[in-house]
Design a protein around this ligand. Structure first.
Ligand SMILES: C[S@@+](CC[C@H](N)C(=O)[O-])C[C@H]1O[C@@H](n2cnc3c(N)ncnc32)[C@H](O)[C@@H]1O
Length: 229
């Protein structure tokens, strides 16, 4: 299915769009996305399911000293976001065409992300599809592993059942994360929670929103095994 996002024009990904086929083979171990940027020593944030890249465009401009990676598995949205970032010449944002849960679980080194953003994730309402939701026990364990000490997973949804799922997972993983208030990013518009495309679309439909932050807790030394940087 095509959403016709490019209006018939070819999109140019430049250096802003990275396809999973550009990554080194998985047998080579961890892949460090900070090396995509001119200054890899800057703080690093990840957006899972970045869609058209609206959050990245808005927030990266206000946080020029932070490197951002969006991961998006729908090719059309990935290409649209990469072209958009290229046209704006952002030095501190890239998008990767891949399954973010695979990347977080099997690719990223430990302790590299200051924030993982997950906004308006697909709710997969049918029970038999719940396993496709991004938030799962295993994904939360993987996100805990890739977050820095005190790093945060920030979640926003309009979907009541997905919100209940998030709340259940937050309780079950209270040993990994402390639940705290969601702080609206500086880039959000007047009255917005985070200001993504889906928030704007759902706001016009009058839907209410739910948001939380899960702050990484330290585990006892040696209990969080993972890929070394
Ligand atoms: C409902 S849209 C929200 C997009 C954007 N965050 C927003 O709020 O406008 C969810 C997006 O997440 C993407 N997505 C879902 N699961 C994903 C995964 N495992 N890895 C990467 N992208 C994913 C979908 O392709 C879709 O573009």
């Amino acid at each position: 299915m095509s959403f016709g996002l490019n209006r018939g024009k070819p999109l140019d990904l430049g250096r802003h769009g990275i396809d999973r086929s550009d990554l080194p083979p998985i047998e080579h171990g961890a892949w460090d996305p900070r090396m995509l940027f001119d200054d890899p020593s800057r703080s690093f944030e990840l957006e899972i399911g970045s869609g058209k890249g609206t959050f990245l465009v808005q927030q990266a401009e206000l946080q020029p000293d932070t490197n951002f990676l969006g991961i998006e598995w729908a090719g059309e949205f990935f290409r649209y976001a990469a072209d958009r970032l290229r046209r704006r010449s952002f030095a501190n944002v890239r998008v990767l065409h891949d399954d973010a849960t695979e990347v977080v679980t099997h690719r990223l080194p430990m302790g590299i992300c200051g924030v993982v953003h997950l906004y308006f994730s697909d709710p997969w309402p049918k029970s038999r599809h719940h396993k496709r939701r991004v938030v799962q026990d295993a994904t939360l364990e993987a996100i805990h592993r890739v977050l820095e000490p005190d790093g945060e997973l920030r979640l926003v949804t309009d979907h009541v059942e997905l919100w209940a799922w998030y709340e259940e997972h937050a309780v079950r993983h209270a040993h990994l994360f402390e639940r705290t208030e969601f702080a609206t990013p500086e880039s959000a518009g007047e009255g917005e929670v985070v200001g993504t495309n889906f928030e704007r679309k759902f706001r016009r439909e009058g839907r209410p929103f739910h948001a939380m932050t899960l702050r990484r807790r330290d585990l006892a030394a040696g209990t969080s095994a993972g890929l070394e940087a």
